[in-house]
Design a protein around this ligand. Sequence first.
Ligand code: NAD
Length: 284
Amino acid sequence: MKLLDGKTLGSTIEEQIKQEIRELNQNFIYPTLAVILVGNDAPSASYVKMKSKACERVGINSLIFGMPENTSEEFLLQKIEELNKDLKVHGILVQLPLPQHINTQKILETIDPQKDVDGFHPLNMGKLMVGLDGFIPATPLGVMQLLEAYHLSVRGKNCVVIGASNIVGKPLASLLLNAGATVSVCHILTKDVSLFTKEADFVFVAVGKIGLLTAEMIKEGAVIVDIGINRTNEGAIVGDVEFDFVAPKCSFITPVPGGVGPMTIATLLQNTLKSARNFAKDMK
Ligand code: NAD
C-alpha cells in the first residue's frame, strides 16, 4: 500500500504558483481573491483562515469580508455585484454554508462566472459536464491532480463516488467520466453501497461519516480516495474510511489529514492564478 501524499504535492504546486505570481507581479498584475464569510460557523471561519494563509504563502492578496449572521441577502448580493465590477479583484469566493435565510443558489449565480474560482456557478458546472474550459471546483480538481501525480489513470476503470453533493461528488463524477472512467455515484438513498464498491478499481468517499468505508466493502488492490473530514470526540481529524483496516487491502490511499485537504487549497490558488491570467489577457 502506498500513501497518496497530498501534503507534499500541495507544497510543490504552491511553489510553482509562487514563481508564476512573481512573474505576474513584474507586469504589475497582483492576483487578488475576495472571500466572503457570513456568520459565526467555527469550521467555516477556520477554512477561511486556512485559505487566506495559503494566499499569503504564494503572494495572492486575500480580502476577507466578514459579515454578521443576520446579514440580509440583499446586502450580500450588493457586495458581490461590487466585487464583480472591481477590476482589482480576480476571484470571488463565498464560504458555504450560508445562514438559512439566504438563498445560496441565488448568491452563487450572482458571482461573475469569470471570477468564480470555486467553480460553483451553473455556467462553470455546465462547462465541466461537457468538458469545456472553465473553473473546476477545487476539491474534485485536487483529487484528479493527485491521481495524475501518481500516474493513476481512471481510463476504462470502474470508479465509485460515494456522496453526490454539488460541490464534491457530482463534479468529481463528471471529471472521472470525462477522463474515460465508468462511474457509479452512491448517495444516502443507495440501498447497498458495497454492491458497487466491491467491484470498484477506485473508490472516492465524500460523505462526512466516520467509518463509512470498511475493508469488507472494497476489493483487493483498489485505490481509495478519502475526501471526508470529520472531528472525533477526542478532537482528532479523520476521514470517512476505516483507514487501519482498509489501508492493508488497497494499493493506494489518501491519509486524512494530509491527502485531499492540502490539494483543495492548492487548486483554489491555481484557480485564482488562472483567473488573474485570464483578466491580464483580456486587458491586452
Ligand atoms: P454534503 O453533506 O453536501 O453531501 C454528502 C453526500 O453524502 C450526500 O450526497 C448524501 O446523499 C451522501 N450520504 C450521506 N450519508 C450517506 C451514506 N450513509 N451512504 C452513502 N452516501 C451518503 O457534503 P459535502 O459538502 O459533499 O462534503 C462531504 C465530506 O467531504 C464532508 O466530510 C466534508 O467535510 C468533506 N469535504 C472535504 C473537502 C476537502 O478539502 N478534503 C472539501 C469539501 C468537503
